[in-house]
Structures are given as C-alpha cells and as structure tokens.
Design a protein around this ligand. Structure first.
Ligand SMILES: [Mg+2]
Length: 376
C-alpha cells in the first residue's frame, strides 16, 4: 500500500476546523485533524511542505514516517509543524486500522475500560445561570463539569479574576453537591503569584484539577506553583512533542496530563508520553476542544490507556458537523462508548465540504484595566 495524495480542508462552523485526508492506492482514505486554532493556513502550508516526502510511502510505517516528518527539514517544525504532523499521523492510524479491519484502540493495546467518562464545557455567563446549566448537565448524566476562570467581557484583571474564580467554584459546588467533580480552566491567564492565591483558596472546595493555572512557555513556573499548593494541577495542551513535556514530567510538577493528540504529534507521540506519565503515576485528561476526528482519536486512546482520568468533550459526538461526518463515535449520558468500526470508526463525507466555508477572524482577546494585552 502506498500514499497517493494528501489534502487539507479548512471547515467553518462557528469557528474553523482543520482536517487532513490521506489517500492510498488501496482505496483506503484516512482522516486527521490539526489543533492550532485560527492558524489553519499555517498548518495547511506545513502539510503541503511535507507532502512530497510522503507520496509513495507505505502508510503502515507510522513510527518511521513520524520521525521523517519531524526531522526531514533539519529545523524541527515547532508547534505548527507538530500540529500538521498530528493531523497526518492520525490519518495514518485511521488507514492502519481500516487496512487491518480493527478499531484503533485494538492497535493501542485493546480495551481496558467499557466506557469513558467525559466532561462538558459550561459556557461563561452570570454565576446563577452557570449553576443552573451545571445542574442540567448533572441531570443529563455528566459526572464532571468544567468552566473558565471568569473574565468581565473582554477585560481580565488578575486579582479580581482570582476573587471571582473562588466565588464561582463555591457557587457551583453548592449547586451540584459533593459528588460531582469540578474543573476550572484558568486558560494560562495568571502569573504564578496570582495562581498560588487562587489554588490555595480553592483547596477546601476540592476541585478535581485546576487547568493551566500559568502560562506554558517556562515549565519551571508550574514547579514554583507546585511548591505552594496541594490542589491538583493539569497542564500540557499547548505543548508539542514529548520534548516539551519532558522537564515538567520528570520533575512531577503537574498531576494530570492534558495531551492534545492534534497538537502533540498524533497517536504516535501520545503513546510515548502516556508511557512516561505512567512511571510518574500521572493520569491523562486529553485536551479536546476540536471536531469529530479529535474526539474519536481521544476516545481510542482513553479506551486503551490504564492511567486515564477523564475526557474533555466540548462538542457531543454526532451533534456538530453531522453531515460532514455522518458517522461519529457513540456517546450516552456523559460517557463515550467503544466504536465497533475499523480505524477511527467515523466517516468523512467530502461532498458536504462546500456547506462549511471558512470563518474569518482570530482568537478572542482580553485586556487588563489599563488596556494592556493579557492571555485569553
Ligand atoms: Mg484548556
């Protein structure tokens, strides 16, 4: 079997999604997804740069092709490159599963669980509305809820945000009771000193984890926070390849690994990081704010991974892009279930692409009271 074509697809539905299809001379097509949102053209450019090196190659050689893609340009590709490699690697694993007639989870070690517990996003709103929304999710079967550190519209002043964040977690804890797990995503909006205050004040409210309390560029900042709080910390969604996980992992600076299959380097790289996490007793909570391919890829990893905690599920499978992906993975009452079809277990219908023109725009922006830029 040989790779004959690689195509990129930028799909607009409220935001943009970036999909890659890899075609073969056996008539099998695989689909992948890349995750550097709002930089779809850059990912597409990187895929196009890699394509001549991949045409004619055997798609089953996923490890060899991963090394080739990362290293063939001499200069490592950074995050855009890793996202492009991720999309291609996921498509190659889809092809591998289809060629062998088994779901991807069989290739990753087989089922270690019957179902995968997920968490939804509770959107920003006033706290009473968020409490009502959380209770609705719990009544629908979800065991976890996740929400953001509050901002005031497009304004984020860190010390006020910390106070409001504690108030929000307290409000939601009162609303859902002690059994439901709470996740607050700080979204890299705080510096370490404010993150320490937030995490220490949250300890009595028992969040399942605090996500991305600090920025990702200097992993030692998480180590500094780690020294001052016992609250569990989740990090990793912005890191590309095992190399960016290395320092924080080896130092036990975080408690849950937020690996993003569509940014880190696909199935091939995720498997390596998960094994490394296991030696540190760190469970995975895979980052999944994306589309049906990312969701399916995460599900296959979760089903075959022992050191697993919970799966982010920002979009319920089957609800988003339902005609572009007429077959998506099974979901029931806050849990995803094992797909029974080969490969990723989803279907991509290119004939629906014209219904989803790309969305123009960029990432939302936040600023401080004085007008200065701060992370969204
Ligand atoms: Mg996040």
């Amino acid at each position: 079997m040989k790779i004959t074509a690689i195509n990129t697809h930028i799909v607009g539905e409220g935001r943009n999604f970036f999909f890659v299809t890899v075609e073969t001379d056996a008539g099998i097509t695989g689909v992948g997804e890349g995750g550097i949102s709002w930089r779809e053209d850059a990912m597409a450019g990187f895929v196009h740069a890699l394509t001549p090196s991949l045409i004619g190659q055997n798609p089953m050689r996923t490890e060899h092709l991963w090394q080739l893609m990362l290293r063939c340009g001499f200069f490592p590709g950074g995050r855009i490159g890793a996202a492009a490699i991720s999309a291609i690697d996921i498509a190659l694993w889809d092809i591998k599963g289809k060629a062998l007639g088994v779901p991807c989870y069989e290739l990753l070690g087989g089922l270690v669980r019957d179902r995968v517990v997920c968490y939804p996003h509770v959107p920003d709103d006033n706290f009473a509305a968020m409490a009502e929304d959380s209770v609705r999710h719990v009544e629908a079967g979800w065991k976890f809820i996740r929400f953001n550190l509050p901002s005031e519209g497009d304004r984020l002043e860190p010390r006020r945000a910390v106070r409001q964040g504690v108030e929000l977690v307290s409000t939601l804890r009162d609303a859902v009771g002690p059994e439901i797990e709470l996740i607050i995503d700080v979204h890299t909006r705080l510096d370490p000193s404010d993150a320490v205050t937030l995490c220490r004040e949250l300890e009595p409210l028992r969040p399942f984890f605090v996500e991305d309390p600090v920025r990702c560029e200097n992993p030692a900042a998480i180590g500094r926070l780690r020294q001052h709080t016992a609250v569990p910390i989740a990090m990793g969604e912005q890191w590309a390849t095992k190399w960016e996980f290395r320092e924080a992992l080896e130092n036990d600076w975080f408690d849950f690994a937020r690996i993003d299959l569509c940014n880190v380097g696909g199935f091939t790289e995720t498997q390596k990081i998960i094994g490394w996490c296991e030696t540190h007793y760190i469970p995975i909570a895979l980052h999944n704010p994306l589309g049906p391919v990312s969701t399916a890829a995460c599900l296959h990893v979760d089903l075959a991974t022992s050191n697993f905690a919970v799966q982010e599920c920002a979009r319920i499978p089957g609800v988003v892009l339902a005609d572009l992906f007429p077959v998506q993975v099974p979901f029931e009452n806050g849990f995803m279930l094992p797909p029974d079809k080969p490969g990723l277990g989803i279907e991509f219908d290119e004939s629906a692409l014209s219904r989803y023109p790309r969305v123009e725009g960029d990432c939302p922006r936040l600023s401080r009271d004085d007008g200065s830029f701060t992370n969204w």
